[in-house]
Design a protein around this ligand. Structure first.
Ligand SMILES: [Zn+2]
Ligand SMILES: [Zn+2]
Length: 95
């Protein structure tokens, strides 16, 4: 990305590289907020010695559900979580 010359009053600033404030967007298509959290729903457990595969959907705060310490879910999995809780089987997220 080329450098940009920005004039602020009588001063001139040169901005190079990535612009500040450009974040990856929330997974909800019409949402204009940037993503803050990744969905922690476990899709697949590869094995005890390997990291589990998680949903990893990027959500803004409004489209994520905080369900525990360091655990956030996207809307879709928050719904599944709710259903599991209702069925009394929400032992661990996604598993
Ligand atoms: Zn959003
Ligand atoms: Zn998810």
């Amino acid at each position: 990305m080329p450098c940009e010359i920005v004039k602020v009053g009588s001063a001139t600033a040169i901005i190079c590289g990535r612009r500040r404030g450009k974040r990856k967007p929330c997974f909800v298509r019409d949402c204009r907020r940037g993503g803050d959290v990744l969905c922690d729903w476990i899709l697949h457990r590869a094995g005890p010695d390997r990291p589990a595969l998680t949903c990893d959907r990027l959500c803004c705060r409004h489209h994520a559900r905080h369900v525990g310490v360091d655990k956030d879910l996207c809307l879709e999995h928050a719904l599944q979580w709710e259903m599991m809780k209702r069925n009394g089987s929400a032992g661990s997220i996604g598993g």
